[in-house]
Design a protein. Structure first.
Length: 383
């Protein structure tokens, strides 16, 4: 089969890891060395650019003389820091509106991590996944719990070790493989749905449907509020304070997992049910500043959009971005009249032109679908 009909794809399995005390100690050294190397490289790049107006990133070998402790950890993890910093600069110069300028790393980050790439040697690959665990350089055999066995044609590409603030270790194993390109699905009005973000119901689609929010998510947030109130009454720095703080971190992690699982379930359901999805390309940070009554970033809608996009593209279906400045809320989907006098807080309204009674969120979702279909049909090569 020709290479034009095949494409390289990647699958990541994130599994819990259970290191021994010796392995955990070596991981802590690796986390610290990678953080130190990132900060040193970033500082040298800025100094070199200020003196010569040229961006140059030194290699990790340059720092091993002044910092001998870098020799105690795997050199591949240090090489990955160099590649990550280079990619961060390339992303920033390519699109500074989306990617931020690289910043120094601190110990107070949400998690510590390092990446090791699989290298072929005459004795075999540097990373090997066996029934007993994951074989890694210097760490040795690391015990992991696989919830899914990789397919036999997948090749192991890299491993990223992370440690959360709650003290849990996770191993993200990246596999690469060749897969056939899916047949593109042509969007049709009957098989296309529009999604409108809703602060109260997560989203409302063009058919008036919205997902049922799990009650466990609201209960978990209420429990977090009680735990935070209890923490505020404790003496900062005491043992009880630190113990309660650890419980709060575990609860934050639990809520994040609930939010991610909900986004995966909803995006999978929509990707399987529809041939095309139209979503308004809103800047959620700007929306959070405008909508003071709700916590927009905590809803997970941005993560939901990212999940929905890659799941649709994997099936050859279309994810259509709609202009966020299009008057979707003020336009009547029945006659196309734009009501410029529509109040911002109106949940329902009557079209002054045709008299149609409209629900604001459902009408907006229908217009998002229509605007997305019009944008697709105007593209060259689309009938």
């Amino acid at each position: 089969m020709s290479t034009e009909t095949r494409k390289s794809r990647y699958t990541v399995l994130k599994v819990p890891a259970y290191p021994t005390p010796e392995q955990a100690q070596l991981m802590e050294k690796t986390f610290g060395c990678c953080r130190y190397l990132w900060n040193q490289m970033l500082s040298d790049v800025q100094e070199f650019y200020a003196a010569t107006d040229i961006h140059y990133i030194p290699t990790p070998a340059r720092y091993k003389k002044q910092a001998p402790f870098l020799k105690e950890v795997d050199s591949q993890a240090l090489c990955a820091v160099h590649q990550s910093l280079r990619k961060a600069y390339l992303d920033f110069f390519r699109n500074p509106k989306v990617f931020q300028y690289p910043k120094p790393k601190t110990k107070k980050a949400r998690k510590d991590s390092f990446t090791v790439y699989c290298r072929p040697y005459h004795t075999g690959p540097s990373l090997r996944l066996t029934n007993a665990g994951l074989q890694m350089p210097k760490l040795g055999l690391l015990q992991v719990r696989l919830y899914r066995k990789p397919l036999h044609w997948w090749s192991l590409r890299s491993v990223t070790m992370t440690k959360t603030k709650t003290g849990k270790y996770f191993c993200s194993i990246t596999f690469g493989y060749e897969a056939e390109l899916p047949e593109p699905v042509i969007p049709t009005p009957a098989r296309t749905v529009g999604l409108n973000y809703s602060m109260a119901r997560f989203y409302v689609d063009s058919n008036g449907n919205s997902p049922e929010l799990p009650p466990q998510m609201a209960a978990a947030r209420e429990k977090l509020a009680r735990m935070q109130r209890k923490l505020s009454r404790m003496q900062q720095g005491s043992k009880n304070y630190e113990a309660q703080l650890h419980k709060i971190r575990l609860q934050y992690e639990h809520i994040a997992n609930q939010r991610r699982d909900f986004a995966h379930q909803q995006s999978r359901r929509i990707a399987n049910a529809w041939d095309a999805v139209c979503v308004r390309d809103d800047d959620l940070n700007v929306m959070a500043q405008r909508l003071k009554g709700g916590n927009v970033p905590d809803s997970g809608f941005g993560m939901f959009r990212a999940f929905l996009r890659y799941k649709l593209e994997a099936q050859g279906k279309a994810y259509i971005d709609v202009d966020p400045y299009a008057p979707a809320a003020k336009t009547c989907h029945a006659c196309g009249h734009v009501n410029e006098n529509l109040p911002a807080r109106a949940r329902s309204w009557v079209c002054p032109h045709c008299g149609e009674e409209l629900l604001r969120e459902e009408n907006t979702a229908q217009n998002i679908r229509d605007f997305g279909l019009m944008a697709v049909t105007r593209q060259p090569g689309v009938a």
